[in-house]
Design a protein around this ligand. Structure first.
Ligand code: IPE
Ligand code: IPE
Ligand code: MG
Length: 233
């Protein structure tokens, strides 16, 4: 039985819109509520000593949504980062970024840069914010960097040119709202991640649901293409 706790957890925070629709609210209200869950789960991860957590906050495909929804999500991220630096300081959480920062609007990009620099020396845990992130986009950007410096494309050179090369591959990927797909999240890094799907909508996802994901992970047998413990199964 696999007893180790995950070093790196990725979360596809899905179901905000449905949460709001079921309550006859605007989808944006779901995002507001979802942000509260994100903070709750960051704290829970920090309390449980998880070293790395990646939160999928906005995909390269989420630009297809209405301008109102996109602007609301960007505004929420911005406000959160402006208002919550004490939370990150108190918990000694370093913020990192995954995605294409250069194509975000300047007001949001500036706040992200600022948050990365304020938290750069915090060392209890790292939270990677995946914003304007797509797994394909990340691989393409890595490949283009290799081409531009004339390096061969190998597993190692791609690894070294991903957005956060020092962050270990995710062990566990949690997706809420009962959807069984990756939606372009950490395509390269998740090659051997364990997936855990929760039927809860993200705004309803509680610490106990997070613990359920952690205990499910502990029961998984990871083979990485090889054979289990004693070689025979
Ligand atoms: C996830 O919730 C948040 C983002 C994609 C930004 P959704 O907004 O996708 O919620 P549903 O899937 O429509 O319920
Ligand atoms: C994935 O959720 C993206 C984020 C959680 C940021 P989506 O709601 O965008 O994914 P699909 O459209 O259901 O695949
Ligand atoms: Mg969704």
């Amino acid at each position: 039985m696999q007893k180790q706790a995950p070093i790196h957890i990725g979360i596809i925070m899905d179901g905000n819109g449905r949460w709001a629709c079921y309550r006859n609210m605007a989808r944006t209200q779901g995002h507001l509520e979802g942000l509260k869950t994100a903070k709750r789960i960051v704290k829970a991860s920090s309390d449980r000593g998880i070293p790395f957590l990646t939160l999928y906050a906005f995909s390269t495909e989420n630009w297809k949504r209405t301008a109102e929804e996109v602007n609301f999500i960007m505004g929420l991220i911005r406000q959160h980062l402006l208002a919550q630096m004490d939370f990150y300081r108190e918990n000694q959480i370093r913020l990192r970024f995954a995605g294409s920062l250069s194509s975000l609007s300047k007001d949001i990009a500036d706040v992200i840069h600022e948050a990365l620099s304020i938290t750069a020396s915090f060392s209890k845990m790292q939270v990677i914010l995946a914003i304007n992130y797509g797994g394909r986009d990340e691989i393409i950007r890595a490949a283009n960097r290799l081409i531009s410096v004339g390096l061969p494309i190998t597993e190692e050179t791609i690894n070294k040119n991903l957005d956060n090369p020092d962050v270990p591959d995710p062990d566990l990927i949690i997706r809420t709202a009962g959807e069984y797909r990756t939606s372009n999240f950490l395509l390269w890094e998740a090659a051997y991640a364990e997936y855990y799907i929760s039927d809860k909508l993200w705004p309803d996802f509680l610490e106990e649901d997070f613990d359920a994901a952690l205990s499910a992970f502990q029961k998984r047998i990871r083979r990485f293409g090889g054979l289990k413990d004693e070689q025979n199964h």
